[in-house]
Design a protein around this ligand. Structure first.
Ligand code: CA
Length: 361
């Protein structure tokens, strides 16, 4: 091809694709635009959790060419943290970001979709949700509340919490008043402690004033941001009670169903992207924050003894089995979760765990 012809052809092609682009853009512009409110259980822009919710909103807006715009509210800006579920269920807001164990007062079974003590870690949880039937059960459970759930973040394995005394044996848990949500709280109660649930933004003052003796929150990255190292002496691991907590985006069913099909898919895809991004973000940021806590703030980091962990595991199995026995849907979710857990442990013992042990040699 002569150069002149080539340039001519290229010109036509460019013109053509430019024309197509502006055609599809104007078609998009004609589609209806929607504005949503997203209420969250986190302080506005709180690292990881709050910023994850912001990222989700931004991603949906960009992917939809601005057709779905979502304004994010921190806890108490529109509704208090623990009223997010009702606000989205009733349609006061179209979307919420939180974690399902906060709604155990509405539905105890919802706790399976946050985290289960000694249960699935973040990667295993996502495997169960997306490929093991978990998502379908979650949708079935939330349908009664006029909600559509989506996994939209995961913290990975959390830390065991901040204490002002050493936890050397089970006797040290007796009478301990600790902020610990969900099923982990129920387990602590059976071990002799007093669990309380307090939203994140009230934890520092509660621990500082002595209203609580101990608290768990998330892990080094988030705990450093709250500054717990200033008011607690010991930082324990592992977070047996939250081995991979799923954060959720809940969406008002009517609002979701009113969206164009492509927007629905954009919302689903953006949630999946944020779900994965948050999990790996925590891996990167926790390890950096742990260095800061240990090296700069000289935090005394300790591991719970095997004796304590074994007892807590035994109590957890009891608590979870009792939850399962409460009603048919709970039993159905438990059966699915538990059989996935048993099988994935067999595989992970041979893969992730065997490799991690090998890496330590
Ligand atoms: Ca936690």
């Amino acid at each position: 091809m002569k150069r002149r012809d080539f340039v001519k052809k290229l010109g036509t092609g460019t013109l053509l694709s430019g024309g197509l682009l502006s055609y599809s853009q104007s078609a998009l512009a004609k589609k209806k635009r929607v504005k949503w409110k997203m209420v969250t259980t986190w302080p506005k822009n709180f690292p990881g959790l709050g910023t994850g919710a912001e990222y989700l909103a931004k991603l949906i807006e960009t992917m939809s060419h601005g057709r779905l715009k979502i304004k994010v509210y921190g806890a108490r800006q529109l509704v208090p943290a623990f009223e997010v579920f009702d606000a989205v269920s009733s349609g006061t807001a179209q979307m919420g970001h939180g974690s399902a164990y906060y709604w155990k007062g509405k539905s105890e079974e919802a706790q399976f979709f946050s985290t289960v003590p000694f249960g699935l870690n973040g990667q295993e949880m996502n495997a169960w949700l997306y490929h093991g039937g978990g998502m379908k059960l979650w949708e079935e459970l939330y349908a009664d509340f006029n909600l559509i759930p989506m996994a939209a973040g995961n913290t990975g394995v959390q830390m065991g919490g901040w204490f002002n005394k050493q936890i050397n044996g089970l006797q040290d848990l007796q009478g301990l008043k600790m902020r610990i949500p969900g099923l982990g709280g129920e387990v602590l109660k059976r071990a002799g402690g007093t669990p309380v649930n307090i939203p994140g933004n009230e934890l520092y003052t509660s621990l500082q004033s002595g209203a609580i003796d101990a608290t768990e929150w998330v892990g080094p990255y988030n705990d450093l941001a709250f500054g717990f190292y200033r008011i607690a002496k010991y930082y324990y691991y592992p977070g047996w009670h939250e081995p991979g907590t799923t954060l959720e985006a809940m969406i008002n069913k009517k609002a979701f169903e009113a969206l164009d099909k492509d927007l629905q898919e954009i919302v689903r895809t953006a949630c999946k992207a944020v779900n994965q991004d948050m999990l790996v973000g925590y891996v990167a940021k926790n390890n950096a924050a742990l260095q800061t806590l240990v090296n700069e703030h000289k935090v005394d980091v300790r591991k719970f003894s095997d004796e304590i962990l074994k007892k807590l595991h035994q109590l957890s199995d009891e608590v979870v089995a009792e939850l399962a026995a409460k009603n048919a849907i709970s039993q159905k979710i438990f059966n699915s979760y538990q059989s996935f857990r048993d099988n994935v442990i067999a595989w992970d013992n041979m893969s992730e765990l065997a490799y991690m042990n090998a890496r330590k040699l």
